[in-house]
Design a protein. Structure first.
Length: 318
């Protein structure tokens, strides 16, 4: 557990093995250890949120400081100055970028992302790929043999576009990755407990996935008053026409796990962290849980830069 004021980064125990420790750098950010106070001005003392996105409500200087802290927590303080953090202008799509050259890690003068899309992959050392989320599902993938990495932003639209499944296919083409050599982590995001969706979303999944029925469930809102005094909520409407029925909930964790399986990854190579951002607003930002007024996490993965003491280190915010 992080000490007060320190950045707290969620990790995957299964990934911290000898065959990846030397080169793989990754972490799922939380909202702990930053300097942003706009979303929770009542925080005690000098505590702040770790908002890692250039949101309109936050001070860009504070976001830059939050990003510096996060990168240092993921790659180490000494390596942070030589690391380039790359993010995207995410558009809820199936677009995936292959970063073959450091020149592709471009940004505006004030450090904002230029590339549009929802997935990235690279085998270049020194790049840290950052996927922004505040309920959508982050999926990080690492090739343990070829030392290549990828990150995907999978909201419901990206999931319908099969961004993860297609992304694994692109890793196979680009790096010669074999599914059995890949490990994947499905990070914190809104869980099936809290993700109510409408008929439009249901129909999109029905049209795309033969296993769609396994992704949805009916959930009744818990209401202690209604449970104690049910007669107060009786309706004269005919059966089946009451507005007190269940909501349809979608399991994006399982939807993306199934895509990884369909792409050939063994089940044992897939970790579902199963942390619901809407259930844990103290630990994570949640767009739904905070009604849109919230920050963003970064879910980052990269290949460690090779040590070169003579190289001049420059930290970039992209």
């Amino acid at each position: 557990m992080a000490k007060r004021g320190e950045v707290s980064v969620a990790r995957v125990v299964a990934w911290d093995s000898r065959d990846t420790q030397s080169w793989l750098r990754y972490g799922f950010s939380t909202r702990t250890g930053g300097v942003t106070r706009v979303y929770r001005p009542g925080l005690p003392g000098d505590a702040g949120d770790l908002n890692l996105s250039w949101t309109k409500d936050d001070d860009p200087a504070l976001v830059a400081e939050n990003r510096r802290r996060f990168v240092a927590a993921v790659v180490g303080k000494r390596a942070a100055t030589g690391t380039t953090l790359v993010t995207l202008r995410q558009i809820h799509s199936g677009v995936v970028h292959v970063l073959r050259d450091r020149k592709q890690a471009v940004a505006t003068e004030d450090g904002r992302a230029v590339l549009r899309g929802d997935g990235m992959m690279t085998n270049l050392p020194g790049l840290l790929l950052g996927i922004q989320t505040a309920d959508c599902i982050p999926v990080l993938v690492a090739d343990r043999k070829r030392r290549a990495v990828a990150g995907f932003h999978a909201g419901w639209r990206g999931t319908v576009a099969r961004i993860v499944e297609r992304g694994i296919g692109l890793m196979r083409l680009e790096y010669g990755s074999r599914p059995q050599d890949l490990v994947a982590a499905i990070g914190p995001g809104v869980g099936p407990c809290c993700y109510a969706v409408g008929e439009e979303v249901v129909q999109q999944f029905i049209s795309q996935f033969v296993y769609f029925s396994e992704l949805f469930s009916e959930v009744y809102d818990a209401d202690p008053v209604r449970e104690k005094y049910p007669q107060l909520f009786l309706t004269a409407r005919a059966p089946g026409h009451s507005n007190l029925g269940p909501q349809t909930h979608l399991d994006l964790w399982e939807a993306n796990r199934r895509q990884l399986l369909d792409a050939g990854l063994p089940a044992k190579n897939i970790t579902v962290m199963a942390e619901c951002t809407a259930c844990k607003p103290v630990r994570y930002f949640s767009h739904r849980g905070e009604h849109g007024f919230t920050g963003r996490m970064l879910n980052a993965i990269g290949v460690a830069e090779r040590t070169n003491p003579r190289a001049k280190a420059v930290f970039q915010l992209v």
